[in-house]
Design a protein around this ligand. Structure first.
Ligand code: C5P
Length: 222
């Protein structure tokens, strides 16, 4: 148990959890951890070092020694892998899918557990992912599960990628997101599911501001 407060926001890809988590972290002056970025960077590192995405032993070794750093500059998360800026590279749907494959391997997840917990420092942490409330920070006082329909999430992801200058195709995105949801929900270890006591929010019909208000009110009430 730790006295350092944590707000966990879990949910499927494109549910808006990253945006909400960053807004709340900024407003509270808390640290922010994008746990998905760790899995994305690991998959990127595997690609760089010619490691197959199902080579459990080599990937676990890589996870233990992964040279990655996160900084927030101008409201954007900057991700460095072995001294190289990979912030944009890891955002493609291909990178997301590769991340979801390495994330399904139990020893890889175990190797990354402490690295994620180390982000819990004063004055507090806001983190988003799939198992933040269930596995990584089970004692977090504030837990949210944010979801939305697959079509709506694909639309949002399409817009996000376009803004970053990454070309994509909407029907491919719907198929990729659905496949990733299936893999993340059906895996044996740390499957995507709401933590006990989490506020469950469906944002299909809600704008960012409305979600932000509901999450803030939930935290203020506890
Ligand atoms: O959240 P994001 O889309 O960046 O996550 C990429 C992939 O990393 C997810 O599809 C999931 O398989 C994996 N992930 C995970 N546990 C987390 C965060 C992400 O398994 N806490």
């Amino acid at each position: 148990m730790s006295d350092i407060p944590v707000l966990t926001i879990d949910g499927p890809s494109g549910s808006g959890k990253g945006t909400i988590a960053q807004m709340i972290a900024r407003d509270l002056g808390w640290h922010y951890l994008d746990s998905g970025a760790i899995y994305r960077v690991l998959a990127q590192a595997a690609l760089k070092h010619n490691i197959e995405l199902d080579d459990e032993i080599a990937l676990t070794d890589l996870a233990q020694t992964l040279d990655v750093s996160f900084t927030v500059a101008g409201g954007e998360l900057k991700v460095m892998l072995e001294g190289q800026d990979v912030s944009l590279l890891i955002r493609s749907e291909t990178a997301g899918n590769a991340a979801s494959r390495v994330a399904a391997l139990p020893p890889v997840r175990a190797a990354l557990l402490q690295r994620q917990r180390d982000f819990r420092t004063m004055p507090g942490l806001v983190t988003d992912g799939r198992d933040m409330g269930t596995v990584v920070f089970p004692d977090a006082p504030f837990k949210v599960f944010l979801t939305a329909s697959a079509e709506e999430r694909a639309q949002r992801r399409y817009k996000q990628l376009k803004q970053k200058g990454i070309e994509s195709n909407l029907s491919d995105l719907i198929a990729e997101i659905s496949e990733r949801d299936r893999r993340d929900s059906e895996r044996k270890v740390a499957p995507l599911r709401p933590a006990e006591g989490a506020l469950i929010l469906d944002s299909t019909e809600l704008g960012i501001d409305a979600v932000y208000k509901q999450v803030s009110a939930f935290c203020a009430d506890r």
